[in-house]
Structures are given as structure tokens and as C-alpha cells.
Design a protein around this ligand. Structure first.
Ligand code: 5RP
Length: 230
């Protein structure tokens, strides 16, 4: 099976969690895209759901499929959010944000009774941090924020470089919220809670891609079948 087939397998399993009348959070990324495609087919066949998207890209995809969409202002409590991840550890702690949607993804996950991760099992890691940790920051005061972040990272016991995320054409990437992303190349994160707490109090940091205590389950697909965590 190709990596894309595995993502689709995980997405199809997550679709089984959806019940008529549910309010759903729709994630962002290539795996979440499969889930939205499959959900769109079910909606076309008559399934009644109401959804909130975690990015403009997912919003456009869902609208194009005729999925009924809402906002967190109109629908502030969701039953289930299905989203991808860049890393998942055995305690269901996540790194997210490769698709630059981490801020809305975290807000939507926190507004959901249940968040379930879908991924191929290459995302399952013993320890978080090999994947660079995305941190969303306001453009104002970037260098001062970067210094304060570096100090916070060191104080938490981690170490590594912060790189401003650029688009392929070399321009600085802007998130849906109009912010920058600094990717922290840490190699390992021995204490995600400590690092998350240290980053939370840096002025200029809008949000970071450590999702701690948010995911209730994970559906991880491999050539041998599905592994369910949580
Ligand atoms: C976007 C994300 C994605 O969910 C994450 O990057 C996983 O993406 P993919 O399913 O394409 O591997 O956090 O901000």
C-alpha cells in the first residue's frame, strides 16, 4: 500500500465514528483531506452533519463538496474533530502544524468533545521532537520574540535552531491568521509539557504545535492494518 493509501485507510476508519446530527471539526493536511472527501460522499448520500474547518483550504474543499459549514461563533461546541498530525507519541501528545494551520486546529480541537488523529503509522514516535516544532508568532517584533523563545526553549531543557518558514518562492509564509511560523529544530523534546508552558508565556507567541491533552484517540494505518490508540 502506498503512503497515500494508508492515509485513506485511516480516514475511512474515522468516518465510522461519525453519526447523523454530529457537529464536526475538519482538520487540515493530506490525511484530513481524505476524510473530508469521504465525508463529502456521505453527505451527498444524505448524511446530516454540521462542520467547522481548521483552515481556509479545508473550508474551500468542504464547500466544494456541499458539506454544511458553520463557524465556532455559531457552533462553539463540537462533538468530534478529525485531524492529521506530524508526530504522535504513545500518550497521544502531538506535534502539528506542518500545514501552518496549527492555531485554528488547536482552537477547534479544544472546542471538541473528542479529537481523533488520523495518520499513517510513520507518525508514531517514542519521543516527540524529531519533526521541527511549528510555533506561530506575530510579525511585529520578530527578532525580539525569537530571542525570548530561544531563552524559553533553553530554560525548558531543549535546544536547537529556530527557522522562519518560507514559501517555495522564498517569501515569508503567512498563516491564515496573518502570522509567521518559526520552526524549532530540536531533535528531541524530553518534556513537552515544560516546553509548551515555557512557550505559552513568551509575548509574541500566538500558539505552538504541541497538542497536549487534546487528542482522545489516534487511528494509525500501516501495511499490517490499523493501530488504534486511546
Ligand atoms: C497542518 C497539520 C497537519 O494535520 C499535519 O501536518 C499532518 O499533515 P498530513 O496529513 O499531510 O501528513 O498539522 O497544520
Amino acid at each position: 500500500m502506498s503512503p497515500d493509501d494508508l492515509k485513506k485507510l485511516a480516514a475511512a476508519r474515522a468516518l465510522e465514528l461519525v453519526r447523523p446530527g454530529m457537529r464536526l471539526g475538519l482538520g487540515t493536511g493530506s490525511t484530513a483531506k481524505h476524510f473530508v472527501d469521504l465525508l463529502g460522499a456521505r453527505v451527498a448520500a444524505g448524511l446530516d452533519v454540521l462542520c467547522v474547518a481548521t483552515s481556509e483550504v479545508t473550508q474551500a474543499q468542504a464547500e466544494s463538496l456541499g458539506i454544511p459549514m458553520s463557524t465556532l461563533d455559531e457552533t462553539p461546541e463540537l462533538d468530534l474533530t478529525v485531524d492529521g498530525a506530524d508526530e504522535v507519541d504513545p500518550q497521544l501528545r502531538l506535534i502539528k502544524g506542518a500545514g501552518a494551520a496549527l492555531l485554528r486546529e488547536k482552537i477547534v480541537a479544544a472546542a471538541s468533545k473528542r479529537m481523533v488523529v488520523i495518520a499513517d503509522d510513520s507518525k508514531l514516535v517514542a519521543e516527540l521532537g524529531r519533526f521541527p516544532l511549528p510555533i506561530e508568532v506575530v510579525p511585529f517584533g520578530l527578532e525580539a520574540t525569537r530571542r525570548a523563545m530561544a531563552a524559553a526553549i533553553t530554560a525548558s531543557g531543549a535546544a536547537g535552531e529556530l527557522r522562519l518558514r518560507k514559501r517555495p518562492d522564498g517569501t515569508v509564509l503567512l498563516t491564515d491568521g496573518g502570522h509567521y511560523i518559526l520552526d524549532a529544530h530540536l531533535g528531541r523534546i524530553a518534556n513537552p509539557e515544560l516546553l509548551g508552558a515555557a512557550l505559552n508565556v513568551v509575548p509574541g507567541v500566538v500558539e505552538h504545535g504541541l497538542f497536549l491533552g487534546l487528542a482522545a484517540g489516534a487511528i494509525l494505518a500501516s501495511g499490517d492494518g490499523l493501530k488504534i490508540l486511546g
